[in-house]
Design a protein around this ligand. Structure first.
Ligand code: FMN
Length: 214
């Protein structure tokens, strides 16, 4: 049995990557695989309906190489980032392309298990909700969800302390100096790391019961 972890953050090594990997680290007795969508060229579903007869998307981009990993996995840990209070674009277009699996009962994905992971400058709650809705729509049984805080780009862009519309002013107020102590880091969120591991364990336990038909 295999659990496929996918991070839809466009930043390699991001908090979303780390949180998905933390869930995978809790998985016991199953193989795990991690995929970052960073740098991949994936476009949206164009509703061409080219997939209705054979459940294979005809759009030729980096989603083609991911198809077999998605089909072969028994469970998914899907993580996305909070952009403008919703799922970031790269994660969204990736999920849109699951439309290819829906036709004719959608057996390649329906009936599998999933965990939803979200990261935001404030929190990733809305991302978790979006991924849970995606699971529901695609008949993936959701074992749980987890949200954490990541560093907004304003902490490192160079203008964070003076920019009036950025996260530093918004969260801490004008005149704030950026310090390492105030910069969000998953390593400081020990409770989230513990919860992530626990979710991975719960997912693998459910997966084994699922395979045994109990
Ligand atoms: C275009 C853009 C929009 C964003 N909008 C929000 C937002 O609405 N709410 C929020 O909490 N964080 C927002 N953020 C901050 C990200 O959620 C934060 O940097 C998070 O750590 C991203 O996940 P990552 O570190 O895994 O890439 C935004 C970031 C970008 C680049």
């Amino acid at each position: 049995m295999k659990v496929l972890g996918i991070s839809g953050s466009p930043r390699k090594g991001s908090t979303t990557d780390q949180l998905v990997l933390a869930v995978l680290s809790g998985v016991e007795g199953c193989d795990t695989e991690f995929v970052s969508l960073a740098g991949r060229r994936i476009g949206p579903c164009i509703a061409c309906l080219g997939c209705v007869d054979d459940n294979v998307c005809k759009v030729k981009d980096d989603m083609v190489a991911l198809r077999s990993q998605i089909v072969e996995a028994d469970a998914y840990v899907i993580g996305g980032a909070n952009y403008f209070s919703t799922l970031n674009g790269l994660t969204h277009v990736f999920l849109e392309r699951f439309y290819q699996f829906r036709h004719q009962e959608g057996k390649a994905v329906a009936g599998k298990l999933g965990v939803a992971v979200g990261v935001g400058g404030s929190n990733g709650d809305r991302v978790v909700d979006s991924i849970k809705t995606f699971f529901q729509y695609n008949q993936v049984e959701c074992v749980g969800g987890l949200s954490a805080q990541g560093p907004a780009c304003c902490f490192t862009c160079g203008y964070g302390e003076t920019c009036k519309v950025g996260a530093i002013h918004m969260f801490f107020g004008p005149g704030t100096k950026i310090t390492p102590e105030m910069t969000p880091d998953l390593e400081k969120q020990r409770d989230k790391l513990e919860q992530a591991k626990g979710l991975g364990l719960a997912l693998s336990q459910r997966l084994r019961r699922f395979a045994a038909g109990t």
